[in-house]
Design a protein around this ligand. Structure first.
Ligand code: IPM
Ligand code: MG
Length: 355
């Protein structure tokens, strides 16, 4: 297969971790006889520095022409004082909406080898956590009308959802549940928000198309509590944009492995954008310290979802698991007294185990 991939290395540790994912992808392609061509675009702080905007039209057009996008991370303190429309994060939002990526999969999995890194390690609570946050990504309060009154003394952000928007993300969640444990929990605030009530109605209608899947509802405040109390209760958590942002951070922390978790942003065809869920960690950028595993696992997700290369994706995931069971640890996941490897060495260890 020929794959056309756009790389967005971005800011901070972005270049360090994307470099390792590309090496893993190249070796995997070589083993299985595929070819990959890459194009790079600037997005985030680096684009602000070069072009004065977080994402240029050109960069977006280049991304649109690819089969898939692999992104490192954007942002950093250097650009924190920029006005809202010029912040590096705008690049992410611009890519998500410009590419129509309405569906965000954020799996949170506890790796048994790393159980000691979970803040819940002293109990059995985190054991066996394997859940998928399905977050709506191009609607809601993130993209609703926003503004200030003339005197600047009041501000608003509008949360709006339509039935088609809810229906398409709900189908993605139920499809995902069908190949998992067949449980969907819709997280909302239906006791207060009209949008949430529309979500409940619409998701219940979609549920009727999936009789094998059990649907339940949970208010977001309760869900944030249940995630810490009994996370293994959850299979697929379906939610709107902002609740998904918040809950996916919480879910990832339960596993203690934020440097390990990948994500996919999808639409209805095979195109997707793949990125680690962690940020740009500017304090350790360029120091060969960052953990590249989340980006490497994002590349595996890309092979699975955008190219239907299940064997190849598994091969990368198995190589990561083997490296972990053999004790390969970057600083963020190393326990006391455990030997630490750098970013590039971690990449080497995974590549050696690809087969
Ligand atoms: C995320 C991030 C982004 C979001 C920010 C950087 C705009 O927190 O991907 O979760 O809020 O969606
Ligand atoms: Mg977030």
């Amino acid at each position: 297969m020929d794959m056309r991939i756009v790389l967005v290395t971005g800011d901070g540790i972005g270049p360090d971790i994307v470099r390792e994912a590309v090496r893993v992808l190249d070796r995997t392609a070589e083993i299985f006889g595929h070819t990959i061509s890459y194009r790079e675009i600037d997005a985030g702080g680096i684009s602000i520095d070069k072009y004065k905007v977080p994402l240029t039209e050109d960069a977006l057009e280049t991304a649109k022409a690819a089969d898939a996008v692999l992104l490192g991370a954007v942002g950093g303190p250097k650009w924190d004082s920029m006005p809202g429309s010029l912040r590096p994060e705008k690049a992410l939002l611009g890519l998500r909406s410009g590419l129509g990526l309405f569906c965000n999969f954020r799996p949170a999995v506890l790796y048994p080898e790393l159980a000691a890194a979970s803040p819940l390690k002293d109990s059995t609570i985190a054991k066996g956590v394997d859940l998928l946050v399905v977050r709506e990504l191009t609607g809601g309060i993130y993209f609703g009308e926003k503004g200030r009154s003339d005197d600047g003394k009041s501000a608003y952000d509008v949360m709006r959802y339509s039935v088609p928007e809810i229906r398409r993300i709900a189908r993605k969640a139920f499809d995902a549940a069908m190949i998992r444990h067949r449980r969907v929990t819709l997280v909302d605030k239906a006791n207060v928000l009209e949008t949430s009530r529309l979500w409940r109605e619409t998701v219940s209608e979609v549920a009727a198309e999936y009789p094998e899947v059990v649907l339940d509802f949970m208010y977001v405040d309760n869900a944030s509590m249940q995630l810490v109390r009994d996370p293994s209760h959850f299979d697929v958590l379906l939610t709107e944009n902002m609740f998904g942002d918040i809950l996916s951070d919480e879910a990832s922390m339960i596993t203690g492995s934020i440097g390990m978790l990948a994500s996919a942003s999808l639409r209805d065809d095979s195109f997707g954008m793949y990125e680690p869920i962690h940020g740009s960690a500017p304090d350790i950028a360029g120091k060969n310290i960052a953990n590249p595993i989340a980006t490497i696992l994002s590349a595996a997700m890309m092979l699975r979802y955008s190219f239907s290369l299940e064997k190849e994706a598994k091969c990368i995931e198995n190589a990561v698991s083997k490296a972990l069971s053999d004790g390969v640890r970057t600083a963020d996941i190393a326990g006391d007294g455990e030997e630490r490897v750098g970013t590039a060495e971690c990449g080497d260890e995974i590549i050696r185990r690809l087969g």
